[in-house]
Design a protein around this ligand. Structure first.
Ligand SMILES: Nc1ncnc2c1ncn2[C@@H]1O[C@H](COP(=O)(O)OP(=O)(O)OP(=O)(O)O)[C@@H](O)[C@H]1O
Ligand SMILES: O=P(O)(O)OC[C@H]1O[C@H](OP(=O)(O)OP(=O)(O)O)[C@H](O)[C@@H]1O
Ligand SMILES: [Mg+2]
Length: 281
């Protein structure tokens, strides 16, 4: 039976569970449950702290896990990223009180609080800076105000928490993160593990793409398919009127409106966008 780790709390927990459900896997209904067996798919899911997941997967106890890229890097647990899941986007940044012009060299000799001490030590070393890294578990943004640090390195999502505490981010991004599927670095994925990754990939693609259908004068087909090249190549079907064709192509959801505008301006008609539930490419 395959053993898969899912975040039990925090930002990634709900979307990870939702995505697994969408991929056809049984998930817990009781938030205190730590395991659940999906008999139909022969998988046991373990609901663990997101920070610990890379440790279980890196040690080989569990086959796959969903966690944050930043947490996986911090764990130094010997895991490999199999798939980005398209949620839990964040950056990991240095930040300090607004007003002063900060840069990384100014961290020399001062106190930097963080819940990700290894990432920070590594980054400081790479930048040739020596600072005192203060390890905290969370709510790091308040630590300067409370006098235990002079600067911080923390996860930034919307940036609201930094602003609320009068802090500004500075320096290059230490880590660009999103939720990822991880496996042990030194092993080849089993067929069963690969199937889980493929199913999740299908859901990620389905969330990122729309299916676009439109009718187009045959004379404009080349220009229209240049606007919607699809993944491989668009489907083109004849219509009853020999001067017109029907075109079907996948387009990235985030550009679908400008793409539809361009098709409309070109002379395409009956332009329809529909959701894709899941897919295998
Ligand atoms: N505000 C946010 N926006 C986007 N991603 C976030 C945000 N906060 C945390 N994350 C991401 O979620 C992952 C886990 O962080 P999270 O804060 O959920 O767990 P935790 O700090 O271990 O748990 P908790 O906050 O419950 O103590 C990390 O990869 C992090 O980058
Ligand atoms: O940029 P924002 O959208 O404001 O989000 C960033 C905040 O969210 C996370 O905190 P979380 O809620 O996980 O609490 P924690 O600090 O206790 O982990 C992160 O550690 C930041 O504090
Ligand atoms: Mg947190």
């Amino acid at each position: 039976m395959l053993r898969v780790a899912v975040p039990n709390k925090g930002t990634l927990s709900e979307p990870a569970t939702e995505m697994l459900r969408e991929a056809g896997y049984r998930q817990r209904t009781e938030s205190r449950d730590l395991t659940i067996i999906d008999v139909a798919n022969d998988i046991e899911f373990f609901f663990l702290r997101p920070k610990d997941i890379a440790i279980y997967v890196g040690s080989g106890e569990l086959d796959l896990g969903i966690t944050g890229r930043d947490l996986a890097a911090e764990s130094e647990a010997g895991v490999r990223e199999e798939l980005g899941l398209g949620f839990g986007y964040s950056t990991f940044r240095y930040a300090a009180p607004a007003g002063d012009p900060w840069d990384v060299s100014k961290l020399q000799g001062i106190r930097v609080a963080t819940a990700y001490p290894r990432l920070v030590q590594q980054d400081l070393a790479a930048q040739g800076v020596t600072a005192e890294v203060i390890r905290l578990d969370g709510a790091v943004e308040i630590s300067i105000q409370l006098g235990v640090a002079d600067a911080i390195a923390d996860v930034v999502g919307s940036g609201r928490t930094l602003r609320q505490h009068g802090l500004v981010a500075f320096g290059p991004t230490i880590c660009d993160s999103e939720a990822v599927v991880i496996a042990r670095a030194d092993t080849v994925l089993s067929k069963d593990s690969q199937q889980v990754v493929n199913r999740l990939q299908g859901v990620v693609f389905a969330q990122q793409y729309l299916m676009l259908d439109y009718d187009c004068p045959r004379s404009l087909l080349e220009q229209a398919t240049a606007i919607t090249p699809g993944l491989e190549s668009p489907t083109v079907a004849p219509l009853a009127d020999p001067d017109w064709v029907a075109v079907r192509a996948m387009v990235l959801r985030k550009v679908s409106n400008p793409v539809m505008d361009k098709l409309h301006d070109l002379g395409a008609k009956a332009i329809l966008a529909s959701d894709i539930r899941s897919c295998r490419l």
